[in-house]
Ligand binder design. Structure first.
Ligand SMILES: [Zn+2]
Length: 507
């Protein structure tokens, strides 16, 4: 999307405009601003542009990606995903399963489709009233802007941002000034140090694949080497999108000697602009801690065989340690370790700290419904039987109708452009995030109740879960840590969604 009229940039943060100007130059334009489907460009535009028509154009381009219109039949993912789904159904049948979803669940900690459906139903019911109230607030905000129309998907990010600003007084570009990338990284290091005595030592002699990459030797509380951690945070044009952990070597024992993991955290944080360091938003801070959680899971592993170590647990358990670590990132005790203003060095103030505590509950109803819709689509798609072929759009429409999903929510996992649904081993796994979130919310609740730096609990988390890998059944590890079954009440409570008559269980 090329904009050549500066008036049409209204509302966009300076840093976003600067990057768009640079993207225009990179694409050979002599003037103007270019917005792309890269996450660092797309989402800030959808969140801040006051031009509803332009938001609509960019949103629709995003929806159409890899869907044939632009690339012709050969690059159309629709035919490919049908073929992949058909082959998955066939493989499941050959192996004696009802469908691909059952095959996936055979190697899971959650166990059965019924249990997933029950969880989704429960959370969906708890989110409904809150979502309805949030929708009314968005409609009111649109009416105040003179828009006499129902909320559409291209309004979602924009009005979500306005609600955040209004309710928290948090302006995105302002809050970023306390989250310079290096400081947030040091905050993650400091947290690991407080919790488990782990330390990180820069190593100039490690081979690096780019000048932006940093390499650290990681040591345990007793000074022994746990492994090596690479950090590759900034976005580059030739880098795959998203955030993940890569594993180069899994921890294992060789001749009775522990061999540590070698892992990397990779993200796509927006490039630095004009004389400022890379500044993160609260979401990106959480992403950094999240990936760091995956890395700690790999680095703290202490098992015999590399095939069972670290994060090589069933797919619906692997997000749990990452989602758990993420929950520390914006807590007051932790913010005070690292959230210093990038220019003045001043510690973040109490007002902002308190505002950040509420972010989890803002628009939690609508956000939860959107996540559930995405999960239900994944589940439906992977319950196809051999020979069954229903339209891609038809299935999405059916689920939206059954859920009575508000029009402005569009499940972000579109079959044509969401790699995780159809590439690699992850198809049929979308539910895993819901399950891992439940585990993380439940585990974190024990820390909230007994202290975020509760020594005894930290040790138990390390010894019973983080060090165990897949060397024993992860749900046995959970049981050893928590002494009971996971409870959905904590997840709902965290988001401010409590069912009627619900009592939160004891820690
Ligand atoms: Zn993750």
């Amino acid at each position: 999307l090329l904009i050549d009229d500066p008036d049409r940039l209204e509302g966009l943060p300076d840093a976003v405009v600067l990057r768009a100007a640079r993207d225009a130059v990179d694409r050979g334009h002599t003037e103007g601003w270019v917005f792309t489907l890269n996450a660092y460009s797309l989402f800030p535009f959808l969140s801040h542009s006051r031009e509803r028509e332009l938001r609509k154009a960019l949103y629709q381009a995003w929806q159409r990606r890899a869907r044939g219109m632009r690339y012709g039949q050969q690059r159309d993912n629709c035919a490919l995903v049908r073929r992949i789904a058909a082959l998955r159904a066939e493989r499941a049948a050959l192996l004696g399963y009802r469908h691909h979803q059952d095959l996936v669940l055979d190697d899971s900690t959650m166990g059965s489709l019924d249990r997933i459906t029950q969880l989704l139903d429960q959370v969906q019911a708890a989110a409904r009233d809150t979502a309805d109230a949030e929708l009314k607030a968005i409609e009111a905000a649109m009416a105040a802007d003179g828009i006499d129309d129902q909320p559409e998907p291209w309004d979602w990010w924009y009005y979500a941002e306005r609600v955040h600003e209004q309710q928290l007084g948090l302006v995105d570009s302002d809050i970023r000034e306390w989250f310079a990338l290096d400081q947030v990284r040091d905050g993650a290091f400091a947290l690991a140090n407080r919790l488990w005595g782990i330390s990180f030592h820069g190593r100039g002699d490690l081979p690096l694949w780019d000048t932006q990459v940093q390499g650290f030797e990681v040591r345990g509380a007793d000074g022994t080497e746990l492994g090596v951690l690479y950090l590759d945070y900034p976005h580059r044009n030739d880098k795959a999108g998203g955030a993940w952990m890569s594993t180069y070597r899994n921890q294992h024992y060789s001749d009775s000697k522990r061999v540590g993991a070698v892992v990397a955290n990779v993200t796509n944080f927006p490039p630095a602009t004009a004389g400022k360091p890379i500044l993160l938003g609260p979401d990106e801070v959480q992403t950094l801690f999240h990936e760091f959680g995956h890395a700690l899971h790999a680095l703290m592993s202490d098992v015999q065989y590399r095939s069972l170590s670290g994060a090589q647990v069933p797919a619906d358990f692997v997000e749990f340690p990452a989602l758990l670590l993420e929950r520390w990132s914006l807590k007051p005790e932790v913010l005070r370790l690292y959230a210093f203003h990038f220019e003045t060095g001043a510690l973040i103030d109490e007002t902002r700290i308190q505002a950040l505590q509420q972010t989890q509950q803002l628009l939690a109803g609508l956000t939860t419904l959107e996540q559930i819709a995405a999960t239900r689509i994944d589940l439906a798609w992977h319950q196809l039987q051999v020979g069954e072929d229903i339209g891609l759009e038809a299935m999405e429409e059916r689920i939206k109708r059954e859920m009575n999903l508000p029009q402005l929510l569009s499940p972000r996992h579109h079959f044509n452009g969401y790699e995780s649904l159809f590439a690699g081993r992850r198809g049929g796994h979308d539910y895993r995030r819901r399950w891992s979130e439940l585990l993380a919310a439940d585990a974190f609740a024990t820390f909230e109740q007994t202290g975020l730096m509760n020594r005894e609990l930290e040790v138990r988390l390390r010894d019973e879960i983080l060090s165990r890998g897949n060397a024993r059944d992860p749900m046995d590890s959970w049981e050893a840590f928590r002494n009971r079954e996971p409870d959905v009440a904590h997840l709902l409570h965290e988001r401010g969604l409590l069912l009627d008559n619900e009592t939160t269980s004891s820690p």
